[in-house]
Design a protein around this ligand. Structure first.
Ligand code: GLP
Length: 233
């Protein structure tokens, strides 16, 4: 794992953007994108850039079950607001959280990933070490699947909702194996609340109890951390 320590999230966004720009110049066609507060500065850099994304494809990590793309809290809406409205892509994919048949939807989504191999995957990390919505205990060979969100994830994500009861309890997420197929991965983490998960990801055993620890087995991972998130390394 390559480690870049930055002063703050703004600098982290700039570093991630530089790598992304280089990869696009080198021919990257498909970006794997994440939601949450972590990639916001990267998306700001992308919006403010002169890069034309209209020939690129994006594939997002996850979506809440039960929310339509227009729902204010949906990840589809998040991506539209923070990136796609300003920078249209050739094609943007997110799981359909309103699909009637969720299992069929996971299969459809996994096929999308197979048809659009991800050149560069952007990741954040949950406080419990989750990536995408792959909670502790998720099998390393998992593909896109329906997830029951853990109480700690529901609690952490409730800050985006009016009340905790409004947070969906399920999501559709790329699996660990889907994420590991990406050619290159950038994982960003900011703040002391991420320090334990980051330390276990980097120094701990590779274990399904800490999903992000699998990244130790990936050949091309760059971690962009602020000092607080790197505090326990
Ligand atoms: C969410 C998302 C993840 C994200 C994580 C951290 O549950 N599904 O993709 O990395 O939480 O969120 P944040 O960046 O807001 O700390």
């Amino acid at each position: 794992m390559k480690l870049i320590i930055v002063k703050d999230q703004t600098q982290g966004g700039k570093q991630a953007f530089e790598i992304l720009q280089r990869e696009i110049e080198a021919g990257a066609k498909t970006l794997g994108l994440a939601t949450g507060s972590t990639p916001l500065e990267l998306y700001r850099e992308m919006r403010d850039s002169h890069i034309d994304f209209s020939a690129l494809v994006s594939v997002n990590l996850d979506e809440y079950v039960g929310l339509s793309p227009d729902d204010e809290q949906s990840y589809a809406r998040f991506m539209k607001e923070h990136l796609f409205e300003a920078k249209p892509f050739h094609k943007t994919y997110l799981p359909n959280g309103k699909a009637d048949d969720l299992v069929q939807e996971t299969e459809r989504y996994e096929q999308i990933i197979a048809d659009n191999p991800i050149d560069l995957q952007i990741l954040g990390i949950g406080r419990n070490g989750h990536i995408g919505f792959n909670e502790p205990g998720t099998a390393f060979d998992s593909t896109t699947h329906v997830v029951n969100l853990s109480p700690s994830t529901i609690e952490a994500n409730s800050r985006f909702f009016e009340k905790p009861e409004d947070v969906p309890t399920q999501a559709i997420s790329m699996g660990i194996a889907s994420i590991m197929k990406s050619k290159k991965i950038i994982l960003m983490a900011y703040g002391s609340q991420k320090a334990d998960a980051v330390a276990q990801m980097v120094k701990g055993p590779v274990t399904e109890a800490l999903p992000a620890s699998i990244l130790q087995n990936h050949p091309d991972v760059t971690l962009i951390l602020d000092e607080a998130a790197a505090g326990k390394l």
